[in-house]
Design a protein around this ligand. Structure first.
Ligand code: UDX
Ligand code: UDX
Ligand code: ADP
Length: 478
C-alpha cells in the first residue's frame, strides 16, 4: 500500500523543473503542482505572458494549467510544507574553485535546497532528486535530511533523472523513451517509488517506467549523456578524416547509421556539441573515475571532451586559413548563438568559443540569433563583473536584428546553429552575396546548406566534414 500524491512542490523553476512539472500538472489535473524558486524575476516571468524559457509547445501547456493546478511562487517554505512529494531541480554547475575545480559538480545548490526541506518540513516527504548529479548524491541528501529532520519526520529519497533535450522538451516529456525511478531497496523506498510511478503512469505506459537501485539510476543519467556525446565526438573525429581525404561525412554517417546496431540518430557532424549537460556530465564521470582510482577510465571519457574542443579549434583554423591567414579588421557574421536550434539557451554553446577565437584574431564580429537575448550574448562574452570588458568587447562585436544585416559587408558568414531559418531554402543567400565583400565565404558548421547551390551563386563554401571544392586528393594517395 503506497501513498497517493496530492500535492507536489518543485524546487527550481529552470529548464528542467519548469517544463517537467508543467507536463505533470497537465497530465494529473487532480494533483496541485507548485514550482518555487528563489529567483523572483524568474518566477515573475513564469507568471507572465512571456515565459523565461523558449520551448515549442510549452506556452500552451503552462497557460492551460496555470492558476488551475499549476502555480509558480517564491514562497519556498510554503511549497515544501504543503507538498507530499518534492522535486529538487536546482542548478548543478561545474565547480570553478577548490577540490575538483573544472570537473566536479558544485552541489551547493542541491545541498542548500535539501537543508531547506529538512528545516521547514512538518510532515513526511518523498524527496526526488531530479537535477543531474554525480553518482551517490542521493546518499548525501538522505544524510542531510536525516541529520536535520524534526523529530518524528520521515523522508524517502528517490532518484528520477530527466532525459528531455532542450528545444524538444515538450514532445520528449510527452513520449519519453523511459522514466527511471531509483530508490532504496527497502519497503519504504519501494513504496515511495510506487507513489512517483503512479504520477507518470497517467500518461507513460507502465512498461516504460523502470524501477532500479538509487545508484544505478544516478549513474544511468551520466552514462546516457556520455554515450550520446561520445557519438558526436566520434563522428566529428571522422569529419576531420573526411576533410583530409575527400570523403563526405554525411555519406559516412548515413552509411554507418543504417546498421541497426549503430542507428542513425545523433550522428550529425557539427562544429561541436554544447548545452548544459554533455560536457558537465562527462567531466563528472571523469572526476568520479579518478576518485575511484580508475585513471584509464577517466582518460577514456576525457578524450570525448578534448575531441570537442579540437573540433571547434579546427573549424576556426579553417576559417582563418581560408581567409588568407588573417582576420584582422575583417567582418565575420555569426549566424546562430544558441547551442542548438529551437532554444534560446547558450550554455557551453560552441558559438561562444568561436567568437572568442575570432576576437583573438582581431576580427570584427556581427552576431544574429533568432531567440537569444542580447544581454545573454554580452554576458557570455565577458567575465562577470568586469566593466571595462564590455566596452572593449563592443568595439569588436555587435548584435544584429536579422541575418541580412549581420551579413552586410561581411567577408565571411559562419553558421554556428542549425536554425531552420538559416537554410538556403528560407534565407535569400543571393541577397546576402550581393552585400558581402568578395570573395564571399560561407562556413557551414552545421551541414545545413546546399553547397552546390551556394557555389552556383558565387560563394566559396567550406563545410564541416567535406573537403573544399578546390580539394585535390593528396599526392601519395593517387
Ligand atoms: C564484426 C562486425 O559485427 C561485422 O559487421 C563485420 O563485418 C566484422 O566484424 P564479428 O567480429 O564477426 O563481426 O562479430 P561481432 O558480433 O561484431 O562481435 C565482435 C566482438 O565483440 C565479439 O568478441 C563479441 O563477443 C563482442 N561484443 C559484441 C561484445 O563484447 N559486446 C557486444 O555488445 C557485442
Ligand atoms: C542532452 C540530452 O540529449 C538529454 O537527454 C539530456 O537530458 C540533457 O542533455 P540537450 O543538451 O538539451 O540534451 O540537447 P541535445 O539535443 O542532446 O544536443 C546537445 C548538443 O549536441 C547540441 O549542441 C547539438 O547541436 C549537438 N549535436 C547533437 C550534434 O552536434 N550532433 C548530433 O547528431 C546531435
Ligand atoms: P536546469 O537546467 O538544471 O533546470 P536552471 O539553472 O535552469 O537549471 O534552473 C535551476 C533553478 O533553481 C534556478 O532558477 C535557481 O534560481 C533555482 N534554485 C537554485 N537553488 C535554489 C534553492 N535553494 N531554492 C529554490 N530555488 C533554487
Amino acid at each position: 500500500p503506497h501513498k497517493t500524491i496530492k500535492k507536489i512542490c518543485c524546487i527550481g523553476a529552470g529548464y528542467v523543473g519548469g517544463p517537467t512539472c508543467a507536463v505533470i500538472a497537465e497530465k494529473n489535473p487532480d494533483i496541485i503542482v507548485t514550482i518555487v524558486d528563489i529567483n523572483p524575476t524568474r518566477i515573475a516571468a513564469w507568471n507572465s505572458d512571456t515565459l523565461p524559457i523558449y520551448e515549442p509547445g510549452l506556452d500552451k501547456i503552462v497557460k492551460g494549467c496555470r492558476g488551475r493546478n499549476l502555480f509558480f511562487s517564491t514562497d519556498v517554505d510554503k511549497g515544501i510544507i504543503e507538498a507530499d512529494l518534492i522535486f529538487v531541480s536546482v542548478n548543478t554547475p561545474t565547480k570553478k574553485k577548490g577540490v575538483g575545480a573544472g570537473y566536479a559538480a558544485d552541489l551547493g545548490y542541491v545541498e542548500s535546497a535539501t537543508r531547506h526541506i529538512a528545516r521547514v518540513a512538518q510532515s513526511d516527504k518523498i524527496v526526488v532528486e531530479k537535477s543531474t548529479v554525480p553518482c551517490r548524491t542521493a546518499h548525501s541528501m538522505r544524510y542531510i535530511l536525516e541529520a536535520n529532520a524534526r523529530p518524528g519526520i520521515h523522508f524517502d529519497i528517490l532518484s528520477n533523472p530527466e532525459f528531455l533535450a532542450e528545444g524538444t522538451a515538450v514532445p520528449d516529456l510527452m513520449r519519453p523513451d523511459r522514466v527511471l525511478i531509483g530508490s532504496l531497496d527497502t519497503l519504504a523506498g519501494r513504496a515511495a517509488a510506487a507513489s512517483l510511478a503512479d504520477i507518470y503512469a497517467s500518461w507513460v505506459p507502465r512498461g516504460q517506467i523502470i524501477a532500479m537501485n538509487l545508484w544505478s539510476s544516478e549513474l544511468s543519467k551520466l552514462a546516457a549523456n556520455a554515450l550520446l556525446a561520445q557519438r558526436i565526438s566520434s563522428i566529428n573525429a571522422l569529419s576531420a578524416i573526411c576533410e583530409a581525404t575527400g570523403a563526405d561525412v554525411d555519406e559516412v554517417s548515413y552509411a554507418c547509421g543504417l546498421d541497426t546496431r549503430i542507428g542513425s540518430k545523433f550522428l550529425k557532424a557539427s562544429v561541436g556539441f554544447g548545452g548544459s549537460c554533455f560536457q558537465k556530465d562527462i567531466l563528472n564521470l571523469v572526476y568520479l573515475s579518478e576518485s575511484l582510482h580508475l585513471p584509464e577510465v577517466a582518460a577514456y571519457w576525457r578524450q570525448v571532451v578534448e575531441m570537442n574542443e579540437y573540433q571547434k579549434r579546427r573549424f576556426t583554423d579553417r576559417v582563418i586559413s581560408s581567409l588568407f591567414n588573417t582576420l584582422t579588421g575583417k567582418k565575420i557574421a555569426i549566424l546562430g548563438f544558441a547551442f542548438k536550434k529551437d532554444t534560446g539557451d547558450t550554455r557551453e554553446s560552441p558559438a561562444i568559443t568561436l567568437v572568442n577565437y575570432f576576437r583573438a584574431e582581431r576580427a570584427n564580429i556581427s552576431i544574429y540569433d533568432p531567440k537569444v537575448e542580447d544581454s545573454q550574448i554580452w554576458m557570455d562574452l565577458t567575465e562577470p563583473g568586469v566593466v571595462d570588458d564590455l566596452a572593449e568587447l563592443q568595439k569588436q562585436v555587435s548584435i544584429a536584428t536579422n541575418a541580412y544585416s549581420a551579413c552586410d559587408d561581411a567577408d565571411a558568414v559562419v553558421i554556428c546553429t542549425e536554425w531552420d531559418e538559416f537554410r538556403d531554402t528560407y534565407l535569400d543567400y543571393g541577397r546576402i552575396y550581393e552585400n558581402m565583400k568578395k570573395p564571399a565565404f560561407v562556413f557551414d558548421g552545421r551541414l545545413i546548406l546546399d553547397r552546390n547551390r551556394l557555389e552556383g551563386m558565387g560563394f566559396r563554401v567550406e563545410t564541416i566534414g567535406r573537403a573544399a571544392s578546390s580539394f585535390k586528393t593528396p599526392r601519395d594517395w593517387e
